[in-house]
Structure formats: C-alpha cells, structure tokens
Design a protein around this ligand. Structure first.
Ligand SMILES: Nc1nc2c(ncn2[C@@H]2O[C@H](COP(=O)(O)OP(=O)(O)OP(=O)(O)O)[C@@H](O)[C@H]2O)c(=O)[nH]1
Ligand SMILES: [Mg+2]
Ligand SMILES: [Zn+2]
Length: 330
C-alpha cells in the first residue's frame, strides 16, 4: 500500500521523506529511492514535493517513491518545489553587503511571483545609523528589511513570526551570511552544520551542501528550507522578465511607457524617472541580459572569447590571492 509524504531532503540517489501519518512504531521519516520509471516519465523529484511511497520496510525505515503529486511551482535555484514565500538573507558584515548581489538574489526570488522578504543578518555591533541607512535604502527598493543577529537575538522573534505561516519558506542568499545559523537559533536541538567565513573577502565556505526542509516548532504546517549559499544568481532570459522582477520599477510602470517593449533605460516616452534609486543596478542587469541574448542570436562576441576572458580574469584573481575554494554552485 502507498503512503503519502513530502520530500524533506535530497542527496545524490536518496531522498528523505516525511510521511503525512506515522507508521508502525511511530516512524515518520523514511530513506527512499526513486522508481526508474519516474525519471523516464520526466518526473523529477525536488525537496518540497508531495510523493507516494511504496514497498516500505518499516524495520529498516526504507521505501521507494512511486509517484509525485502535482506541483504548485518550482524554484529552480535553490531547487525547491511548492514554495509559499522566499526570504533572501544577506549579511551586513562578513561578507559585506553588495548592492548588485542583493539585487540579483531579489530578482531570482521575484521570478516566481511569490511574496519576497529581505533579512539583514549579523546586525550586532554596528553603528545603528549605518544599519538604518541600509534599511532605508532597501525600502526604496520596495522591501521591508529585517535587521537581525543570532549573536544578540535581535529580530529573531519577528523572523520566527514571519516564518510560522503555513507553507514552505525558502531561505536563500550568499554563502556564509548565516542561513543555517538562523534556523539553529529558531529550532532548539537542530544543529545544522555551520562554519566560519574565510579569506580576504570574508566569504562563506559553502557549508550547506543540500537543500533540507525543517519544521518550525509550534507552527503547524510551517516548513523552512535551508539551502546551499551561492554567490551569483542567474538573471531572467529577457528584458521584460527582468523588469517584472523589480517591484520598485513595477510601481512606475503601472502607467505604461509609450512603447510596449520599452527597456526603461532612457527610451523615448519612458515613465521611469532618471532619479529611480536602483536605475544603475537595473542597467547593469539589463546589460547582461541583452548581451546574452545578442550572443545567443550570434551577434555578440563568440562564446569562446567570453570564456577565455573569464578564465584570464580568474587566473589574475588567483595570482592576487583572491581565489576561494572551488565553487560548486557557481
Ligand atoms: N557576527 C555574526 N556572525 C554570525 C551570525 N550568525 C551566524 N554567524 C556566523 O557566520 C558564519 C557562517 O554561518 P552559516 O550559518 O554557516 O552560514 P550559511 O549562510 O548557512 O552558509 P552556507 O551554508 O555556506 O550557505 C558562522 O561562523 C556563524 O557563526 C550573526 O548574527 N552575527
Ligand atoms: Mg548553511
Ligand atoms: Zn519605460
């Protein structure tokens, strides 16, 4: 007989599944493989998926995933299915906040049309005026950032409240900003692996290697996904998709620009003012999206040239001592 459950972790060939109802002995978590015909039929499995488990061995606590339920959505990176909201975590120190990187994470999160929240970690021991300046800046981007710290507990109760809504919340952000530490602080006894930042740039060391779902105590139905940090989220494929991922831009374009394919970059009849605080960051992203499109259409520089230049820059950084351990995620 099949039992329904949810995938809470996925590592190489194994999934961990939490059953909706405990089996004999009260066991609820099973280590599962996937039926080969699942993959052949094109049904990939992601953390967050509802699945049916068959051939259960209650003694060994093993089973086989036979089928996957319908998906509400899928966040491609970090890969999580059936997401209700995304919390982007960036740190105010070690690693330092980087406006372009924050924008890329926010754009990546906005892509699914879900509620997106912003957390500023490691907020302890900094001049309060500086923390407030960051908050005010990010408010002009259309967010209500929450400064917090696992060291002095600042912001933790507010974060717990935001995460305790039913559904899956995905924590995502650069490596080393303290995503796993946050969850450890909120869930007694959790003990996710964390590690200090390192190197001249005080970057994270890609400590979390797999997505994992954690149930929040005292909040029925609330699950939080801890995810591996990465440094450079990809951008959407087209300028129109990119523009949709800036809530502060959407606010201007409620009244449409003169041309439906306006790039909002000084185009004739554009409603976006030159004073828009995120204009420059948007232009940098737009430049990248357009360069990739041109390259795909065969109008840009040949791909080999672009890759050769990137590799030369990497070698240069290496010589300057900026080289960080191999970044599996980037
Ligand atoms: N100063 C300070 N350090 C913190 C805080 N929270 C976490 N850290 C430290 O930041 C470092 C990285 O924390 P992790 O929780 O491993 O970071 P992560 O975002 O999960 O990193 P990845 O798993 O690599 O993506 C650790 O040394 C933590 O102790 C904080 O509020 N303030
Ligand atoms: Mg982690
Ligand atoms: Zn425009």
């Amino acid at each position: 007989m099949a039992e329904a459950g949810r995938v809470v972790a996925l590592e190489a060939n194994y999934c961990r599944v939490d059953l909706d109802h405990p089996g004999p002995g009260g066991h609820q978590r099973l280590l599962c493989t996937r039926r080969t015909r699942l993959a052949k039929g094109g049904s990939s499995i992601a953390v967050g998926d509802q699945v049916d488990v068959e051939d259960i061995d209650w003694v060994e606590r093993r089973g086989v995933i036979a089928s996957r339920g319908p998906r509400r959505n899928l966040l491609p990176r970090p890969p999580v299915a059936n997401v209700s909201r995304v919390v982007v975590v960036v740190s105010l120190k070690e690693p330092q906040p980087d406006p372009l990187q924050i924008t890329r994470f926010l754009v990546n999160a906005e892509h699914l049309d879900l509620p997106v929240e912003l957390v500023l970690s490691k907020a302890e021991g900094l001049p309060e005026a500086w923390v407030q300046a960051w908050c005010e800046r990010l408010e002009t981007w259309g967010y209500h950032p929450l400064p917090m710290s696992t060291r002095d507990g600042r912001g933790l109760p507010s974060l717990a409240r935001r995460l305790s809504e039913p559904g899956i919340t995905v924590l995502c952000g650069p490596s080393g900003v303290g995503k796993s530490s946050l969850l450890n602080a909120l869930v007694p006894g959790l003990a996710l692996r964390v590690a200090p930042v390192s190197g001249r740039l005080r970057r994270g060391r890609h400590t979390t290697r797999h997505v994992g779902l954690v149930a929040l105590p005292g909040a029925p139905g609330a699950l939080v996904a801890d995810t591996p940090g990465f440094n450079r989220p990809a951008l959407p494929k087209t300028p129109a998709e990119l523009a949709r991922c800036f809530p502060d831009l959407r606010q201007f374009t409620r009244e449409p620009c003169r041309f439906p394919d306006c790039r909002h970059d000084g185009d004739v009849g554009c409603v976006v003012p030159a004073s828009w605080p995120r204009l420059e960051l948007y232009q940098q992203c737009l430049g990248e999206v357009e360069a990739r499109l041109a390259e795909e259409r065969g109008m840009g520089r040949p791909r080999e040239t672009v890759l050769r230049e990137a590799s030369r820059r990497r070698r240069q950084r290496h010589r300057q001592g900026e080289f960080s351990p191999p970044d599996l995620e980037d």
